[in-house]
Design a protein around this ligand. Structure first.
Ligand code: NAP
Length: 375
């Protein structure tokens, strides 16, 4: 099937609709759908929340009888399995669409091409791949989890222009200005989990939650829609103070440890905190696998140089987000990454800059490791 200008326009609209679910669909993918007939949009919808109707069903409901003979533009192949809601392939067939164009196949092995196959068997014209790379950018975490069993990992750090993240004393609040900090709030709001190291908890006593006003978060209309990310602390010896701020705030917390004291584990669990023990130390790929098994799609690491460096060296980081503040903190201040064993120029960690822009008075750079460009 060849795609014309109208096809591109309608799929671009479906992708814009899908972005409305940025902060709310987790663990489901962000999906948008447009129904068009004779060059006009007759219905549209986007998936808002897991358990609520999928984009296709909402678009069909808004188009009503006009769905018959229409083309459905969907940012992700329609599902064909019974999950929390019945399959969208059934809904599209019942409503009588004549064409279904997907931006990409569903990476979920339960679907993976079968959705479009089922539709084609019932004489619906199908195609996939229109604006695929734009659709992939909607769901880097869902795609990576479905295809590799690991989440998409962003590592965010704030530094001075001379690459420093804390004074020698450990003092680091605040390096960046209010706009950059708001930007980080939005990053948290789209993330399934925010991960930090015990070093940061002991130094800064951070909250790691989303505190932005609802109207500043895409698709969040009511307090009920606000989903706090899972806050994760990596703490081998379970040194976390029981009065730590992040333990007292609303929203789930999980602590990974390897040799914590049994009484402390019990007390934390009694307080509703999930405590996970990994034998023989906190291997970062193992931690990421454990998070993916809990349907964590996108991880945001907000840690100091020790954990951030270890995450880079373990190869779990997909994307670095560095905020650069226009000031100098001097040579005694602490660096960005602790990277032991890096001695020669040949050992350098290569990055690809994907984006750089001004956020308030600061600069934000997004870089990926290796050749991946999805964002
Ligand atoms: P960190 O990186 O947050 O935490 C490091 C600790 O995490 C380790 O000492 C280790 O303690 C634990 N950990 C558990 N599993 C690990 C693993 N697999 N690999 C590495 N570490 C693991 O803290 P930090 O390096 O001490 O840095 C703290 C400083 O960074 C503070 O001054 C804070 O203000 C600053 N900070 C700056 C920024 C920024 O963006 N500028 C952000 C956050 C923090 P155990 O061995 O006890 O488990």
């Amino acid at each position: 099937m060849t795609f014309d200008l109208r096809d591109h326009e309608f799929m671009a609209r479906a992708i814009r609709l899908a972005w409305k679910g940025l902060c709310t669909t987790d663990p489901n993918p962000r999906v948008g759908c447009v129904l068009a007939k004779s060059g006009e949009i007759v219905g549209e919808g986007w998936h808002r929340k897991a358990g609520e109707p999928h984009a296709e069903r909402l678009a069909i409901a808004s188009a009503g009888e006009r769905t018959r003979g229409a083309t459905a533009y969907v940012t992700l192949e329609p599902c064909c399995h019974h999950g929390k809601t019945p399959p969208c392939t059934e809904a599209l067939l019942e409503a009588g669409v004549s064409r279904v164009i997907a931006a990409m196949d569903d990476p979920n092995p339960l679907v993976a091409g079968k959705g479009l196959e089922i539709l084609a068997e019932q004489s619906v014209e199908v195609a996939s791949g229109l604006l695929r790379s734009d659709a992939e950018r909607l769901n880097p975490g869902f795609i990576k989890r479905m295809t590799t069993g690991l989440p998409w990992v962003r590592c965010k750090l704030a530094m001075s222009l001379d690459g420093r993240t804390a004074m020698a004393s450990g003092e680091s609040v605040w390096i960046t200005g209010a706009d950059a900090r708001r930007d980080v709030q939005r990053l948290r709001a789209r993330s399934s989990a925010v991960v930090t190291g015990i070093g940061t908890v002991l130094a800064d006593d951070p909250s790691l939650n989303v505190r932005l006003a609802l109207e500043q978060l895409p698709g969040v209309e009511a307090a009920d829609d606000l989903r706090q990310p899972l806050r994760v602390v990596l703490d081998s010896g379970l040194r976390i103070p029981e009065g730590a701020r992040l333990l007292s705030l609303e929203g789930p917390v999980q602590i990974f440890h390897s040799r914590g004291d049994a009484d402390k584990i019990r007390r934390l669990q009694d307080a509703g905190i999930a405590v996970v023990q990994l034998e023989g130390g906190l291997d970062l790929p193992e931690v990421m696998q454990a998070l993916a098994k809990q349907e964590i799609n996108e991880v945001l690491i907000e840690a100091g140089p020790t954990l951030a460096g270890a995450a880079l060296q373990a190869g779990i980081v997909d994307e670095l987000i560095i905020y650069m503040a226009p000031h100098l903190m001097g040579h005694k201040a602490r660096g960005l990454f602790h990277l032991p064993g890096l001695e020669k120029m040949a050992d350098r960690v290569e990055l690809q800059v994907q984006d750089i822009r001004k956020v308030g008075r600061d600069l934000r750079m997004v870089a990926t490791m290796g050749a991946t460009v999805i964002r």
